[in-house]
Design a protein around this ligand. Structure first.
Ligand code: GLN
Length: 450
């Protein structure tokens, strides 16, 4: 704990932690010491982690990177976080992220941007940018993030660490501040696939507080091995051929493909015919869900409330409007407007219903693909980490950073991003592997061999 606290202090410029629980972490460490002495320590005894600022931890502030949760204190602890605490993890602090997990660069945070430790003029990715840099810079051993469209994997790729998004419903969402409920997944970011798997197996499993959580048995993912039969790996042709993907990333991905072939895997190119519909489907559905989820932040029940010195005091509607306008940042307001539009009476069928239909088609196409293959391989991102400010004026360019990651969320499949070398400038490159639902064991096992 002391070592991490020193490093956190040395790396304040990266803007990773929005709050450091120094004294509390020391107390947790003392308690773990005593448990170790009496032989009663949990499976994570001594593991120092950080949690993304969207996870409730009782008695601690939680802000979702937003002004609107100013002065709000969590009233309960997220199931995933509680399970880690029950195994004696030590929580060292709360990590910066894009506001309400909306973003791909960690530039949409009320706490300011996080910087990539590989090159501080570049973004760390998002939305779990703080969580990824924390592991990259050695400010804690692992982090817990959330992934709605890539927010664990994309920053892991930009920072050269491992990010695991489990199957939808594998980990309870109780206590995770919602962005898009039918996409949201809690996921670990770690130095290696083994640590990520260990955290997953402890957080996963049934929970009375989340009706969408799966009752499938949880296996020891950290001990999993590959099935003993020839394995078939599909790779996305666009990932190694498309001009939209940086050459360094295409080459690094081809390198891995050749390695796998040499190791005896059957590796074949595939096309996803609905690839161009992935991002539109994702953004229609997630903004629709977000506009509904975020309606609870009304300036009355939680956090920030607009105050007026005028008399008479603000009427109720003006209070809502002003609190939400002042409390939410530009990207969150944009998405609430988009989502409200997609759900409006006159456009519901044209946008929301249509996107739901396309979501089903994408799921069917993905299911068919996995009838013939065990894994789908692609780059995690089309480019390495970009410069701070480079894409802030162009939301569509920003959304393209998620082209390879959103599919796993649209269909609810597990996926992992692992480091795949660096480009000529020393910027990390990520490789993504996707597997069928609840095949996290095989996914982690393959990741470990790579
Ligand atoms: N970058 C994507 C978005 O802004 C993904 C975010 C996430 O996974 N939370 O929606």
């Amino acid at each position: 704990v002391e070592q991490y606290l020193v490093r956190i202090d040395e790396h304040r410029d990266l803007n990773v932690f929005t709050e450091v629980y120094a004294d509390e972490a020391r107390q947790q460490a003392d308690a773990v010491d005593q448990k170790l002495a009496s032989g009663q320590a949990g499976r994570l005894a001594g593991m120092v982690i950080g949690i993304k600022d969207v996870l409730n931890y009782t008695g601690h502030s939680v802000r979702a990177g937003s002004r609107i949760l100013e002065n709000f204190t969590a009233q309960f602890t997220a199931t995933a976080v509680q399970r880690l605490l029950d195994e004696d993890v030590i929580i060292i602090g709360r990590q910066n992220c894009d506001e309400f997990a909306m973003g791909s660069s960690n530039e949409n945070s009320a706490f300011g941007p996080v910087r990539n430790a590989a090159d501080t003029s570049r973004v760390p990715g998002g939305s779990s940018g703080g969580s990824a840099v924390a592991v990259q810079a050695g400010l804690c051993l692992a982090s817990i993030g959330s992934d709605t469209g890539g927010s664990v994997r994309q920053p892991a790729a930009f920072c050269g660490v491992v990010g695991l998004k489990p199957t939808y419903g594998r980990i309870s969402r109780w206590g995770l501040i919602a962005y898009a409920s039918s996409f949201d997944c809690i996921g670990p970011i770690a130095n290696n696939a083994h640590d990520a798997a260990l955290l997953l197996e402890i957080m996963a499993g049934p929970d009375d507080f989340d009706s969408t959580v799966s009752s499938q048995p949880v296996s020891a993912y950290s001990q999993a091995t590959l099935p003993d039969r020839p394995l078939r790996i599909a790779y996305l042709r666009d990932g190694v051929e498309s001009a939209g993907v940086s050459e360094s990333i295409r080459e690094a991905t081809k390198g891995k493909i050749n390695e796998l072939k040499a190791a005896g895997y059957i590796v074949e190119p595939v096309d996803i015919s609905l690839l161009t519909y992935l991002l539109p489907t994702y953004y229609i559905l997630t903004t629709a869900e977000a506009s509904s989820n975020l309606s609870r932040f009304d300036g009355v029940r939680y956090g920030y409330r607009s105050v007026s010195t005028d008399t008479p005091a603000l009427d109720l509607l003006t209070l809502y409007k002003k609190s939400r306008t002042e409390g939410f940042g530009a990207e969150v307001r944009r998405r609430i407007l988009l989502g409200t539009f997609a759900l409006s009476a006159s456009y519901y069928d044209a946008y929301y219903t249509k996107a739901q239909q396309v979501r089903r088609l994408i799921r069917q196409e993905t299911e068919r693909l996995f009838e013939n293959y065990d894994f789908l391989l692609s780059p995690t991102t089309p480019t390495p980490a970009f410069k701070l400010g480079e894409k802030t004026d162009d939301p569509l360019q920003m959304y393209l950073a998620d082209i390879f990651t959103v599919q796993a969320n649209v269909v609810g499949y597990p996926a992992i991003s692992i480091p795949n070398g660096t480009d000529a400038d020393g910027l990390p490159i990520g490789l993504q592997l996707m597997a069928p639902p609840f095949a996290e064991g095989a996914l982690v096992a393959l990741a470990r061999t790579l």
